[in-house]
Design a protein around this ligand. Sequence first.
Ligand code: THU
Length: 159
Amino acid sequence: MKERKIEITVYEAERPEELAPADTTLLREAANATKNAYTPYSKFNVGAALLLSNGEIICGSNQENAAFPSGLCAERVVLFYAGSRYPDAAIRAIAISSATGGKENPHPVYPCGACRQVLLECEHRAGHPIKVIMGSASKVHVVHSAKDLLPLCFELKEK
Ligand code: THU
């Protein structure tokens, strides 16, 4: 059997000045969106902000439900909203932030597996990489493509 190594590149920033100004803006929007999360069960608020190819920024937050699987992560809330509201505007970047008890969590929150799969399909649909910016004002991790978050992904392919 042959060994194959898969490498990904993650950029890490400890200060907002290390980020591109547009990425800082998107991350602030994501942090702001945590305020609209509905999280009576987990009390863990997540905000996601998308930059679209038309320059518009749209935001979403996680929405929970007493019938647990019926809730949805912030990322999928905003990605599906973008798809239904702006089907022709490609997504350029997504920023993700989290908060607990009204305070921003310092550590980056990474998208769950299901959100990575949805993000990757949005990237295929956009036809170019989507930058993923994950973090807070004090620590940010960036990958330049959704592909980096999901190597060996599922694809509907015949043969
Ligand atoms: N959550 C997100 O919104 N995004 C993720 O990528 C992971 C988890 C939400 C789901 C649930 O409302 C809460 O965080 C705790 O799991």
